[in-house]
Design a protein around this ligand. Structure first.
Ligand SMILES: *[C@@H]1O[C@H](CO)[C@@H](O)[C@H](O)[C@H]1NC(C)=O
Ligand SMILES: *[C@@H]1O[C@H](CO)[C@@H](O)[C@H](O)[C@H]1NC(C)=O
Ligand SMILES: *[C@@H]1O[C@H](CO)[C@@H](O)[C@H](O)[C@H]1NC(C)=O
Ligand SMILES: *[C@@H]1O[C@H](CO)[C@@H](O)[C@H](O)[C@H]1NC(C)=O
Ligand SMILES: *[C@@H]1O[C@H](CO)[C@@H](O)[C@H](O)[C@H]1NC(C)=O
Ligand SMILES: *[C@@H]1O[C@H](CO)[C@@H](O)[C@H](O)[C@H]1NC(C)=O
Length: 455
């Protein structure tokens, strides 16, 4: 953290004039996206001998990245393929997405049980859903199919034992009861479930998915994780009936609900109810996360106290707001020019490291590369740049409009859902993993670093 800070100061003023990338034309956008994608893939080692397909180096302490971020990366690359037509990575995507399904074909591979959250599983599920919606090449017949995988994730999460009565409903963060964070109900876990439900409803036409989505939105509102002004807060603990709300706001929470709301709007043929919700959430998202029309990760960016996870959130924000404009076209005039401005700032950070094109994280700095690099930073810029082509790309399909992925209404219903005795909930239970705790610790270190060096 401290060395990042030094780098920022040292490089201030160096970057914009030397901007490496252009987004001025379709050809420029494709070229820029191709280079940024290439640089992203240098972080991926899963196709090398002896490595595990599908994951970025990790999970900590073995490497920087948790399991979910691999799933998020394949989604980013599926969008990249759809938007630019470049299929260079399609074989890697397929291999990765199939390797990680786990024996239940439900994205709960035993290797990751110790940190398996509903959100982690959800990110892989959303990437499978995206593959189905874009007619990404279907796996061989004897392999699990994209739609069935998305259904499996959703169905395991809809099981009664994942929706216990604490806090009047909702999903917990972690899946296995022995994990740290099992006592926390949070927005991202419920957001992934909501998002998948809305998309499965539109894709399959099955109303039960929409009912779950509706119910999840209502739960978020009733418990106060989404307030009247459409602010979305991180989560709360079951031993406090979810009233101890951690008020940190993260852009991926807004993005995951925004896209889901757009699907519900489309699924309900443009209903007033969902139009109002979608508009409200879009306005709140712009207000909170796009000061000066440039994506900004409010909770951590000022002091660069972002965790590796948080360093990838801007990418989901850009991708999902873009896709929302395809199925809720009334948003396009408000959202697309904003995303274009933000993307211009994003590519201006890509002047770093030895190859002079590594992308940074602080897009609004107007100072070029900020010294921070990683898969998240590359993924953010790749997402922003390729999404500039959203207007030239067909909207997501459904089973009725050309979708070819095969589903399975019973996928995931026989999964090992970590059933068994629930432990008694104790107030002394420390949700060791609360994001805010990590945040405060990191900021304290950062602040101390500044103080002791006089910066
Ligand atoms: C792994 O994938 C990268 C693309 O990201 C490719 O350049 C490289 O050749 C691949 N390596 C192997 C061993 O397949
Ligand atoms: C689980 O871990 C083992 C050992 O690292 C690895 O060989 C295997 O491919 C992993 N399985 C999955 C699904 O990641
Ligand atoms: C609709 O979805 C529900 C819940 O996932 C499932 O139980 C039901 O069988 C589905 N109906 C059809 C017609 O596929
Ligand atoms: C828990 O909170 C909900 C509102 O989210 C409320 O309806 C319920 O009565 C509360 N339960 C207890 C035991 O306080
Ligand atoms: C629903 O999405 C389609 C694109 O698939 C779009 O043409 C249509 O206008 C959308 N419906 C509404 C009500 O916006
Ligand atoms: C999906 O569409 C195909 C034909 O396009 C049809 O045979 C199938 O029954 C549909 N599936 C569902 C679940 O509606």
């Amino acid at each position: 953290m401290v060395s990042t800070r030094f780098a920022t100061v040292a490089l201030a003023g160096a970057g914009v004039a030397n901007a490496t990338y252009s987004i001025a034309s379709t050809a420029d956008i494709k070229q820029t996206a191709a280079n940024v994608a290439w640089d992203l893939m240098q972080y991926y080692k899963g196709n090398l001998t002896g490595q595990t397909p599908g994951i970025l180096p990790g999970p900590p302490p073995a490497g920087d990245y948790y399991w979910w971020e691999g799933g998020a990366m394949w989604g980013t690359l599926i969008d990249y393929w759809k938007l630019t037509g470049d299929d260079s990575y399609n074989k890697l995507i397929t291999e990765a997405m199939l390797w990680q399904t786990g024996p239940g074909r439900d994205y709960m591979p035993p290797n990751v049980t110790a940190s398996l959250g509903n959100d982690d599983q959800g990110f892989w599920g959303m990437s499978a859903m995206l593959a189905a919606e874009n007619n990404f090449p279907n796996p061989p017949d004897d392999q699990p199919q994209w739609l069935a995988l998305a259904q499996a994730v959703f169905h395991t999460q809809a099981m009664p034992d994942r929706h216990d009565d604490t806090c009047n409903g909702g999903l917990r963060w972690q899946i296995p009861w022995a994990n740290n964070g099992y006592d926390y109900k949070n927005s991202i876990a419920n957001g992934c479930f909501f998002n998948l439900g809305a998309r499965l409803a539109r894709y399959t036409g099955n109303q039960s998915y929409a009912e779950w989505a509706e119910k999840t939105w209502d739960w978020m509102r009733s418990v106060g994780l989404m307030d009247d002004a459409y602010n979305i807060y991180d989560g709360g603990h079951v031993q406090h009936n979810c009233t101890d709300i951690n008020r940190a706001q993260f852009s991926y929470n807004n993005a995951v609900f925004l896209l889901g709301a757009a699907y519900m709007y489309n699924y309900t043929d443009g209903s007033d109810k969902w139009k109002q919700r979608l508009e409200g959430l879009t306005d709140a998202t712009i207000k909170t996360f796009f000061p000066d029309k440039i994506a900004y990760e409010l909770a951590c960016e000022e002091h660069m106290s972002c965790t590796t996870d948080m360093l990838s959130f801007k990418g989901y924000l850009h991708r999902w707001m873009s896709t929302a404009t395809q199925i809720a076209p009334f948003l396009a005039d408000k959202v697309l020019p904003l995303l274009k401005t933000s993307t211009g700032a994003a590519v201006d950070t890509c002047t770093g490291e030895a190859n002079a094109r590594t992308c940074g994280f602080k897009w609004a700095a107007k100072a070029g590369y900020d010294g921070s690099h990683g898969a998240g930073q590359q993924m953010n810029v790749l997402a922003a740049v390729s999404s500039l082509l959203i207007g030239q790309s067909p909207p997501p399909v459904t089973n009725a409009t050309g979708g070819t992925s095969r589903g399975d209404p019973s996928a995931g219903t026989h999964s090992d859902n970590f059933r068994g005795e629930l432990p008694p909930v104790t107030t002394g239970d420390k949700a060791g993993a609360s994001i805010l705790t990590i945040l405060i610790l990191v900021s304290a270190v950062t602040t101390f670093g500044w103080m002791s060096t006089g910066l």
